[in-house]
Ligand binder design. Sequence first.
Ligand code: ASP
Length: 340
Amino acid sequence: MAQQLNHHTLPILSIGALGGTVSMRANQPGAGATPMITGEALLDGISQLHEGLDVHIETLCLVPSASLDFNLLLEVLIWAQEQVKLGVQGVVITQGTDTLEETAFFLDLLWSDDVPLVLTGAMRPSDQQGADGSANLTDASRVALDAQSRKRGVLVVMNGQIHQALHVRKSSAMALEAFNSALFGPAGLIIENRVIYLRKASARTVLPMPRSTHHKVALLLATLSADTVLLEHVLALGYDALVVSAFGAGHVSIEWVDLIDQITTEIPVLVATRTGSDSTAEASYGFIGGEMDLIDRGALMCGFLCPYKARILIWLLIGAGLGREVGKHLQRLGFKATEG
Ligand code: ASP
């Protein structure tokens, strides 16, 4: 993917395009949008910004973001690291929004450079009224080039807001304001083309690159009157860890308790809240299947970390041979209520 950049004196920015709605339009009326706009064509939308700027743009793939995967993201990471070595001041990745909260967190856990890595996308395809792709890409580029964005890891820029990878969630399927950082709020804003941070950069956790990528982490959703069939087969199917997207503050039904107890003796079991906001508890409920009971049985509470991000954390840790350290990382990432 790497390519030599020209020698220059102007600030330089590298943009890697992966696909998603920002790269989509319909082939013919009524056909439905598909990814077909290359990175080079995306650049036309931000001509106002890149006049006088040396921008390097590369189409790394053209897929809907549901079809991105961890192996591909590791390649994207290496590409972004190469851009930094070539001297860019910022890197932007454009992709679909469906998995943006997950890809941002995945890349953030591995991004050790001070140079900003900024992810963005669009909620409306480029051929729709009010398409937001160009505005988001322009904002993301400004953020990536801004010195205040350094040492903040991976940032998500959408709809005039800057979000930290750790906190950002996609919480609406269709709205332009689909992204938020729930209780934490955005890390910053883009107002009148200026990048304004609301908080200082905070200490980050950076993990080693995974040495293996063949392991599997199951994610099971607790629902009312759920059966136990999938849970019964987690170990036999060879999963290396289990994340439970649990009710409320980290609760499951009485039927799930013995199975979880058994699974914790073999593999890590992480319990996150399925509610979309706030934290799991540790010492509030004493019923069977409550968080205190699950902790006693060896499960680990994820705090503010959502189930999707908990799955990424344990997958990366296992890949780096650090699965046993998950409790320590959950304390640092999941229970970090503030950024200071
Ligand atoms: N709806 C998606 C998007 O906003 C499609 C995708 O994630 O690729 O980009």
